[in-house]
Ligand binder design. Structure first.
Ligand SMILES: O=C[C@H](O)[C@H](O)[C@H](O)COP(=O)(O)O
Length: 221
């Protein structure tokens, strides 16, 4: 039996196969993305650099001597590699457990291919059954947005004491029925004061690499 950490390392190594030489790649945030950064360091001379989805990721990339580039100064990224809090067989995701969802969604949108890496515990039949949905909000809109999220059937909890890299707040929404992720992603983002929500339904992953006791399982749609 492999530990969750060993499964993360397994998929982090496997994701290196998707890294094309002489390109700029996008790098996500979290413990699985950290494993990937540590692996990427071994082939850093082969890439031009990386765009980071958070300050924490930028710091870790720099600590390995990997050049961190500004998204506005580069064209389309070849790939985006990141973890997830939940993933379905359609490769739709919930992200944002670490609060980096908005920048993650931007970097994913700017990438030709999204490689999601996770241990197999993240695979679910329907989003939201195990994990809450993080929503980034402009601070002054927090209570207003929370009331609108209640109307959508959710139970929002303020992640008190946490500020995103963009200077905003996070509402973690429990008990949402996410049977229609595309509609819900749009509905939540239509609430004034919402910056982004952690549903990756309009931009799902293109490849999901799952770490299992029997090796890396690859899912594509
Ligand atoms: O904001 C954080 C990100 O969306 C992470 O990708 C997500 O929380 C998964 O993190 P971990 O790899 O630590 O489970």
């Amino acid at each position: 039996m492999l530990t969750a950490e060993e499964k993360k390392q397994q998929v982090a190594k496997a994701a290196l196969e998707y890294v094309e030489p002489n390109t700029v790649i996008g790098v996500g945030t979290g413990s699985t993305a950290n494993c990937f950064i540590d692996e990427l360091a071994k082939m850093k001379s082969q890439i031009e650099g990386a765009v980071a989805s958070s300050q924490a990721t930028a710091d870790r990339l720099k600590s390995h001597g990997i050049p961190v580039l500004n998204l506005n100064g580069v064209g389309e990224l070849s790939i985006y590699v990141d973890g997830a809090d939940e993933a379905t067989h359609l490769l739709q995701l919930i992200k944002g457990g670490g609060g980096a969802l908005t920048r993650e969604k931007i970097v994913a949108a700017a990438s030709a291919k999204f490689i999601c890496i996770a241990d197999e515990s993240k695979l679910v039949n329907q989003l939201g059954q195990k994990f809450y949905l993080p929503v980034e909000v402009i601070p002054m809109a927090r209570s207003y947005v929370a009331r609108q999220l209640v109307k959508l059937g959710g139970n929002p909890m303020w992640r008190e004491g946490f500020t995103t890299d963009n200077g905003n707040m996070i509402l973690d929404v429990y008990n949402l029925n996410i049977s229609e992720p595309l509609k819900l992603e749009t509905a939540i983002n239509s609430i004034v004061g919402v910056v982004e929500n952690g549903l990756f339904a309009h931009r799902p992953a293109d490849v999901l690499l799952l770490g299992t006791d029997n090796g890396v399982k690859k899912l594509v749609v």
